[in-house]
Ligand binder design. Structure first.
Ligand code: AFD
Ligand code: MN
Ligand code: MN
Length: 428
């Protein structure tokens, strides 16, 4: 396959410089008492799911600027994700959205995925839009709606999503609800939450064995006064009330400005309820920008909590699901996702570079400056050669974006996929 050949050709052309840079870095790490091999193994094992809605150009409420050659259906989206997986070695699963990417024949989609070396991560429901053929409207809510018939329709949709997910081999359901109100008085604040919990209970009761349910909070938009599952506190209440297979999903863009997200992550770990992430970045709101593009230090601090928890024997069953949730309005979606994966691998590598015994000693000795330094010096290390090497060892690209551009894939798809009527949904 030409992508693989290009990766090999480009890696070979860069290997001299790369090996020199890697050797210098390994030497530096060695002097700091860090085991580069162990870090390489861990970074190489990092995996993150790609959302089915991120492959076409997104848009805003003001418009959408299509990319030529963007995929026209879920089959073509899977093809693009397989390319991202080859280039990064880190995206073997797809997080499917129902009904945006609902397969007509789930078994056929599953064999298509198998043939591409891909599988399926959490399936996502959608009760935030009305779909053709749905009898009742979600304009005033879904699981929280005052009308029991609307709530029943929303529960039935989730059971359908679970069925599709089961046929595809997924093992989790992510529920993000837009339910909320735009004006004081519109919605009973307590009862809407209670109705939501009741609906989620019915959904939870239908989870197949081995499945997990994730609730994703978001403070506002489309509800501008009060959202039912607006923060991690509400999400945690739901997860705790539902049972041991219910967890909270943290979308990095779903927090009010200045929220200390690493602290939210730490609290959810303590509660045993951190289900996973939607990685992205934001300057103002739910901006869905490239993970690590705006607040790289925050992303590093989140990974620092994850690495710390993974090493802590008092934290059991720690297995958060890593997913991306971005909207690509001005970048080529494939390139943006390659950059995202690289940024995530970098943040993870930086967190693995923290001298944890120095950090712990400084914390226990109340040495504020040295504790901060233990984090900052890991963050400031140029981990580039390590993540490039981790990818190379998996047969992936030293420089995924450069290799992708060299393949000419986008140009080829622009010719093949012309005339597509596909219109990806607007960013929500
Ligand atoms: C919307 C939400 C949320 C969710 C996604 C898929 O903002 O981030 O994960 O839809 O349902 O973009
Ligand atoms: Mn999300
Ligand atoms: Mn969002």
């Amino acid at each position: 396959m030409f992508v693989q050949e290009t990766i090999e050709k480009m890696n070979a052309a860069r290997s001299g410089d790369h090996e020199q840079d890697l050797e210098t870095l390994i030497g530096q790490l060695h002097r700091r008492g860090l085991d580069a091999e162990a870090i390489l193994t861990q970074v190489g094992a990092f995996e993150v799911a790609v959302p089915s809605w991120a492959l076409g150009a997104g848009g805003t409420r003001f418009g959408r600027f299509p990319v030529s050659g963007e995929p026209r259906d879920i089959y073509e989206k899977m093809e693009d994700i397989a390319v991202i997986h080859r280039l990064t070695g880190a995206t073997p699963r797809v997080s499917l959205h129902i009904p945006w990417d609902e397969p007509e024949d789930p078994a056929a989609l599953r064999s298509h995925a198998d043939a591409l070396g891909l599988g399926f991560d959490a399936v996502n429901s959608n009760t935030f839009q009305d779909q053709p053929g749905r009898r009742l409207s979600y304009k005033f809510g879904s699981l929280a709606h005052p009308d029991a018939a609307v709530r029943e329709q929303a529960v039935a949709h989730h059971l359908h999503v679970i069925e599709v997910g089961r046929a595809l081999g997924s093992e989790a359901l992510t529920v993000w609800l837009a339910d909320g109100s735009n004006y004081p008085g519109q919605m009973h604040l307590r009862r809407s939450f209670e109705r939501t919990l009741d609906g989620l209970r019915q959904i939870y009761d239908h989870l197949p064995p081995g499945w997990r349910l994730f609730t994703e909070h978001k403070p506002y938009e489309p509800a501008f006064y009060a959202t039912v599952v607006q923060d991690w506190g509400s999400s945690l209440m739901l997860a705790q009330a539902l049972g041991e297979r219910a967890f909270c999903l943290v979308d990095l863009g779903h927090h009010l400005p200045n929220t200390n997200i690493e602290l939210v992550v730490a609290r959810l770990i303590t509660a045993g309820k951190l289900g996973g992430f939607h990685f992205n970045d934001a300057k103002y709101g739910d901006d869905d920008l490239t993970a690590g593009s705006i607040k790289p230090y925050q992303l590093f601090l989140v990974f620092n909590e994850l690495v710390d928890a993974a090493r802590d024997e008092r934290v059991d069953g720690f297995a958060p699901a890593y997913m991306i949730d971005q909207s690509h309005n001005v970048k080529d979606p494939i390139e943006a996702l390659l950059q995202t994966v690289d940024n995530l691998q970098r943040a993870y590598a930086q967190a693995l570079l923290v001298d944890r015994s120095a950090l712990e000693a400084a914390q226990n000795g109340c040495d504020v400056l040295m504790a901060e330094q233990a984090l900052a010096s890991a963050f400031r290390t140029d981990e580039g050669p390590l993540v490039a090497e981790a990818r190379r060892r998996r047969g992936a690209a030293l420089d995924p974006v450069a290799a992708f551009r060299e393949t000419g894939y986008r140009r080829a798809k622009a010719r093949e996929r012309s005339g597509g009527a596909y219109q990806p949904p607007q960013s929500l």
